[in-house]
Design a protein around this ligand. Sequence first.
Ligand SMILES: Cc1ncc(COP(=O)(O)O)c(C=O)c1O
Length: 449
Amino acid sequence: MRNADLVKRDLKSVWHPCTQMKDHETLPLIPIKRGEGVWLEDFEENRYIDAVSSWWVNLFGHANPRINAAIREQTEQLEHVILAGFSHEPVVNLSERLIEVTPEGLNKCFYADNGSSAIEAALKMSYHYWRNMGKPGKKNFVNLGNSYHGETLGALALGDVSLYKDTYEPLLMEVITAPSPDAFNREAGESWEDYALRQFEGMEKILAERHDEICAVVVEPLIQCAGNMRMHHAIYHKKLREACDKYGVHLIADEIAVGFGRTGTMFACEQAGISPDFMCLSKGLTAGYLPLSVVLTTDTVYDAFYDDYETMRAFLHSHSYTGNPIGCAVALATLDIFRDDNVIENNRRLAQCMTDSVAHLADHPNVGDIRQHGMTLAIEMVKDRTTKTPFPWQERRGIKVYRHSLTRQALLRPLGNVVYFMPPYVITEEQIKHLAQVATEGIEIAVRD
Ligand SMILES: Cc1ncc(COP(=O)(O)O)c(C=O)c1O
């Protein structure tokens, strides 16, 4: 089969996610036949380094032999079983391991099957907790400007990226939006830390004035990934934890994208030295293999639901594939790799290589910012570097970088005008340098008038 054969059939039957399908009249659709390590390969033996980990999910490469073996073994035993009234070894083992590796105090695991569903479950749990505690007036949520938490209606309401949200606004619950600590917007000469502290004042004010009606604050610690990979200082979350405790409000950490090493530590919350009341995980949970997500929470939350059935305090929320054994087996294999291969420590060398490989872009007239937290690095293209004036979105400059990358054995998929690397951890220094070279060429092409 040639690429064109599958593309022709695809465009007749598949509606692709987050895509204006008309774009494919001119933009190539890439059919992938196989993957190996960081490489994706099409039907004509063209190869691409998966620099975006296939939407931030892949951790240890495509077709990873250790994870493949875990899947084979699990499918021979048990592919799935209802998790209400029944249990299985992988879900118990995984829960124990997650409790061990996540911040202190997160002692209970509730499973779902994608990131958005984990967010929905955390929102409902937080609201329901306060209701069970005799505080039904707590029914609002606080989010951050420029945040993203998924596409289902509750998760979308909680987001603040207008590209995804505005169309559906009439369908969405209202939320209270606090100013983002996004360091891109700091004043010249202001540090990330000072800016985060300054922005926190807006959050503190909201909590002080409205805590009686607020269930929880929901944040993406350190990186607002879908919000153009904007980053901020960890101090914000330290302050937020203190304020949530002071005002009796839950803290929900959405580590769906940033968890499992993307920011340089296993979880981003570690850099603030905090434990949230709820932590949502997905994506890297299965190293990019299978849809699985989890909400971890505290004994305090769990205990507020634990009662005689007739009191109707139980959390009657479920998904058909909750705690799927194959997904759990993959997640366990993923955690084994982290432990056995000393991944977080080894990633430091790769992160440094990423830093060094793009250093030459720092003074580029159309680069407004280069930012990095651990294994995530972003380069923001701007029209004017001194004023940080963006290119108009209609010009779609990022797509030019994407097109160029495909001709140079790389999959770089910018977010708007932001070119970023969030590669699988099996990438080599050579491959990182290649990506930096391709990004540099792509940016040159994209910023030309
Ligand atoms: C921070 C964050 N939360 C939630 C989600 C939603 O996850 P999913 O796409 O699995 O529903 C995403 C997806 O990109 C995300 O980045």
